[in-house]
Write a protein that binds this ligand. Structure first.
Ligand SMILES: Cc1cc2nc3c(=O)[nH]c(=O)nc-3n(C[C@H](O)[C@H](O)[C@H](O)COP(=O)(O)OP(=O)(O)OC[C@H]3O[C@@H](n4cnc5c(N)ncnc54)[C@H](O)[C@@H]3O)c2cc1C
Length: 400
């Protein structure tokens, strides 16, 4: 006889969005399981720079866009969680930097001042006196300006572990799901999700709602559902990691001429204790057509131009490509906020930003309440044959 699992909700995908949602749903009493086919956090989540954006990065053209408005509450939500009195207790998660900084090169300092003169932006940024600059900008060769933004950076690898910690009993490593794993009835409703044990035994998972937070893996689901109402887009990045012997922590966007920062740097400590600078921003967007040696050459040139007082000749560089997976937008633009779509008894969701995971969870919870999802179905004994997935390694420790 085929084994059946019953649970109120199954989440597919163990990145930030699935894990945040798992915490919220279980707090509210929904019996919930999470299925992951690879490693926890190993999709986009552990490639993220961990910046809890408040939207300033999106306001670089001098006005608050709808993208920056929708994300502006997120630092407050996260701060409460990180202080231990928010919707999820994250007080063990290290805050790597209380602020993300914004700096200009000497040439653009005037433009930056003009930018912050915009009334709408005042109060969200603070111009720093040189003695308050982060150490890396205290060199006499630095001729620009530095502002501090109300955006912190968190340790994403610890974050993933903390979100998993209370829920290890309901997180299972399954084989990769395929379109055949989704059993639909003739109206397109999901009857069961089929997973197989290592010995090839099929198990049917029956739920009231199945929520796909599988990042780029959501594409397979949309294909199976043949949905006309929602599609996914990928926006690639070519990120660079740099490991050096010097230990300047830098959490900063460099103000360039465009709408995206010229470069965004966050700092992390590798397993060998050395300092890693992780480079995103315009350099990562424009580098997607380059191979790794060419992207690394550009990164070296850019760092040397921006920090002429530092010597990168002994630093180790690596680069990798990664797609941001999001709900499709006209012209492939960045979505303004997190997005989800309810299709029959399924939900397909993308947070768009790590910072927006709490908003995405709130929106999905509101949707479940509207559709009167009940609490109480629970028989997950057949899943005990599945182990818990491993945690993904920090990307710099994988590459360097
Ligand atoms: C380079 C980079 C830097 C970023 N920096 C920031 C930042 O600083 N701040 C910020 O707010 N946002 C940032 N983002 C965006 C943020 O990382 C993503 O929006 C967020 O991590 C997406 O989380 P997710 O849980 O939806 O997807 P993912 O993290 O991709 O997780 C999806 C999970 O689903 C699993 N999966 C896939 N298919 C299946 C399947 N068939 N069955 C079971 N499991 C499956 C995957 O293995 C993976 O673990 C960044 C993104 C990138 C790429």
């Amino acid at each position: 006889m085929q084994k059946i699992v019953e649970t109120d909700i199954a989440i597919v995908g163990g990145g930030i969005s699935g894990l945040w949602l798992l915490n919220r749903l279980r707090q509210l009493g929904y019996s919930t399981i999470l299925l992951e086919s690879a490693t926890l956090g190993g999709g986009q989540t552990n490639k993220s720079q961990g910046i809890i954006h408040g939207g300033m990065k999106y306001a670089l053209q001098g006005k608050l866009t709808s993208a920056s408005q929708s994300i502006s509450d997120m630092p407050t939500v996260w701060k409460a969680c990180l202080a231990g009195h928010g919707e999820i207790d994250l007080h063990h998660v290290p805050v790597l930097s209380e602020h993300q900084y914004l700096w200009s090169t000497g040439k653009l300092a005037g433009k930056l001042t003009g930018f912050f003169a915009n009334v709408a932006l005042q109060g969200r940024v603070a111009e720093l006196k040189p003695n308050a600059y982060p150490d890396v900008f205290k060199d006499p060769q630095f001729k620009g300006l530095v502002y501090s933004l109300d955006e912190m950076a968190v340790d994403v690898n610890v974050l993933v572990r903390e979100l998993v910690k209370p829920h290890q009993d309901v997180i299972f490593k399954i084989g990769a799901l395929s379109e055949d794993s989704l059993h639909l009835d003739e109206t397109g409703r999901l009857i069961a999700l089929e997973v197989q044990t290592a010995s090839g035994e099929a198990i049917q998972i029956k739920t009231q709602k199945t929520i796909f937070t599988a990042g780029a893996g959501n594409e397979m689901v949309l294909k199976k559902l043949n949905s006309k109402t929602v599609a996914m887009q990928r926006r690639p990045l070519h990120m660079v990691v740099v490991k050096s012997d010097f230990s300047y922590p830098v959490f900063a966007h460099c103000f360039g001429m465009g709408a995206t920062p010229r470069i965004t740097i966050t700092t992390h400590i590798a397993a060998d204790g050395k300092t890693v600078w992780y480079l995103g921003g315009q350099i990562a967007e424009e580098g997607v057509k380059l191979d790794s040696p060419s992207q690394i050459a550009i990164a070296k040139k850019e760092l040397t131009a921006l920090f002429p007082w530092l010597d990168f000749s002994a630093s180790h560089f690596a680069s990798f490509m990664i797609d941001r997976a999001e709900s499709a937008q006209p012209g492939g633009k960045r979505p303004d906020s997190s997005e989800f779509k309810e299709i029959e008894n399924m939900i397909v969701a993308w947070p768009t930003k790590l910072a927006l995971a709490p908003k995405l969870a709130d929106d999905i919870l509101a949707c479940l309440q509207k559709t009167a999802t009940k609490k109480g179905m629970c028989d997950i004994r057949a899943l005990r044959a599945f182990p818990m997935p491993a945690f993904a390694k920090p990307i710099w420790d994988e590459l360097l």
